[in-house]
Design a protein around this ligand. Structure first.
Ligand SMILES: [Zn+2]
Ligand SMILES: [Zn+2]
Length: 185
């Protein structure tokens, strides 16, 4: 029993991800599909094509909001971040990933966020072409270690923390350029 308890405590994000995948509300899935169909209809009309609806799955893991799988015409969404961020997530991530699929059909393999993708986002889908999503990823980040610089506290992943401990890497704050040191309190 002790071993099970330790394992659960050691890995809460994976547990959370597994549970929320099962409990993704139907209304949320419907909102995703509504958004997807809206933008797909815009693109089909603009491009005078009849691209089919991509498959949507909710298996995306880690801190990534979503990914587009070009050759299988599929969008994978992070169910944990989707549940936490709701409609804002849908409005940002669905057109972003759909644009990757559409660019692939229209132009083949090109730079992921290059001019074709930006054109697809802004001219065809009518949304702003920001490359990244700003969701709070704390709940899917896994265990972190606190480090400090001169200006803030940083949450480092286990992987980075281990690299520092083994003296394989050091990290600097992007803002103040100070070397990060373990936050001892
Ligand atoms: Zn992208
Ligand atoms: Zn700093």
């Amino acid at each position: 029993m002790a071993a099970v308890f330790l394992l659960l405590n050691d890995n809460p994000p994976a547990m959370l991800a597994a549970m929320t995948t099962l409990r993704l509300p139907i209304a949320t899935q419907q909102a995703v599909m509504r958004c997807l169909r809206h933008y797909l209809a815009l693109a089909n009309a603009y491009l005078k094509v009849d691209y089919p609806e991509p498959k949507v799955s909710y298996q995306q893991r880690g801190t990534t909001a979503g990914t587009a799988h070009l050759s299988v015409w599929e969008i994978r969404l992070n169910s944990v971040l989707l549940i936490e961020n709701g409609q804002q997530f849908i409005d940002e991530v669905v057109p972003h990933e759909l644009a990757h699929l559409l660019v692939y059909k229209q132009f083949g393999r090109v730079a992921p966020h290059g001019q074709q993708w930006q054109w697809m986002m802004e001219s065809v889908l009518g949304v702003s072409a920001s490359r990244t999503h700003a969701f709070d990823v704390m709940s899917v980040q896994g265990k972190t270690f606190a480090y400090r610089c001169d200006c803030q506290t940083h949450a480092l992943t286990v992987r980075r923390h281990n690299k520092i401990a083994r003296k394989e890497s050091e990290y600097r704050c992007r803002k103040c350029r100070q070397l990060l040191k373990p936050d001892i309190n």
